[in-house]
Design a protein around this ligand. Structure first.
Ligand code: SAM
Length: 335
């Protein structure tokens, strides 16, 4: 798994930076702490192009390639204010009007999870990369202080884990209220990194409750076409540099491309099939023309301009069965 080379602390942020180093260390990611500049500017970023973390008065940043980024939850507010069940395909696919409990098994920067929670769902964000989980945790802590986002944060928790391994182990309900043993007994979750604002108190994210929906948005390889590559958002370019490729954590250099593809496909398949045994509805986000996750044909699709949402239903777990009414106006809508 690619890791940043170090964590820079700007002057005044040394104590917070030390805490992040300890947190990362507990997640198996040991980074040297270095003195950073008084304040970070474009010139300093250009002079420090290697993947690094920066801690300053605005929190934790991933930096590299001459730029820096952090999950920008407050920056999502214009979209959130406009969002409705009707105009957000993700919200429709996840049936947020029913205020479901959703496990977001590929949390990333948390933007999709934030949207779902904003619209009323309770969302457990699960992320496997220790650096991303720290960026996410910092975003949640900052959003808790934001007057417009604080309420939504009560419906969000962050857990450090590999959701594929957890699902295969049959684990999906967790200790999002703060006992520290996250989902079930899977060893990844035993070290659960829970930043729920409701830790150790009554929470909307009750433990031991199975989710109605599992949402997956796995990383897709960046486009080979350099023109399209340039269009990939800057934030995502840095995230790609950190995460490298969808199966960066799994690939072994000695196996050939075909075998790697087969191994990755089988893993995707197992991940999705297990997820389907754990929730009534599994929603998978894909680029619009991408192959199906695990090459498994979905039961239903919502098509947007750039992406689509594939749905897999499990009638044995259905609280609300999928009906033709769910489909009205859904195909071909923009996300
Ligand atoms: C495309 S990003 C998700 C973006 C996210 N939907 C958002 O709105 O910001 C994919 C993320 O899933 C994480 N991921 C991939 N496989 C995972 C797994 N098995 N368990 C947990 N996280 C995983 C990656 O580390 C990456 O951060």
């Amino acid at each position: 798994m690619p890791l940043p080379q170090c964590l820079y602390a700007t002057s005044g942020a040394e104590s917070a930076a030390r805490q992040w180093c300890e947190q990362l260390d507990s997640l198996g990611c040991t980074l040297p702490l270095r003195d950073g500049p008084v304040s970070v500017d474009a010139r300093w970023l250009r002079q420090h192009p290697k993947l690094s973390l920066i801690c300053d008065e605005q929190g934790l940043w991933l930096s590299g390639l001459g730029m820096r980024m952090q999950p920008d939850w407050a920056g999502e507010l214009p979209r959130l204010r406009r969002a409705t069940q009707k105009n957000e395909l993700l919200a429709r696919a996840c049936q947020v009007e029913q205020k479901p409990l959703i496990v977001d098994g590929t949390a990333g920067l948390g933007h999709d999870g934030l949207l779902l929670a904003w619209l009323g769902a309770r969302v457990r964000l699960i992320e496997r990369h220790p650096v991303v989980v720290c960026l996410l945790s910092d975003a949640l802590q900052q959003a808790m202080k934001h007057p417009e986002l604080a309420g939504t944060c009560q419906r969000l928790s962050v857990t450090w884990s590999d959701s594929a391994e957890a699902f295969v182990a049959g684990c999906v309900n967790d200790s999002a209220t703060g006992t520290g043993t996250a989902i079930g007994s899977a060893t990844d979750f035993v070290n659960g990194f829970d930043t729920s604002p409701q830790a150790n108190s009554d929470s909307e994210l009750s433990p031991q409750v199975d989710p109605a929906v599992i949402y997956l948005d796995p990383m897709f390889p960046p486009p080979a076409n350099p023109r399209k590559k340039a269009q990939v958002k800057k934030q995502m370019q840095l995230l790609h540099a950190l995460l490298d490729s969808p199966d960066a954590a799994d690939s072994a250099p000695h196996v050939n491309a075909e075998m790697r593809y087969t191994v990755a496909l089988n893993k995707e398949r197992e991940w999705l099939l297990k997820a389907r045994t754990l929730a009534a509805r599994v929603i998978v986000k894909r680029p619009r023309h991408a192959p199906y996750l695990g090459e498994l044909l979905p039961d239903h699709q919502w098509l947007g301009d750039a992406c689509r949402f594939d749905a897999y239903f499990n009638s044995a777990r259905h609280v609300h069965a999928h009906t033709p009414a769910d489909d009205e106006g859904q195909r071909g809508d923009s996300p």
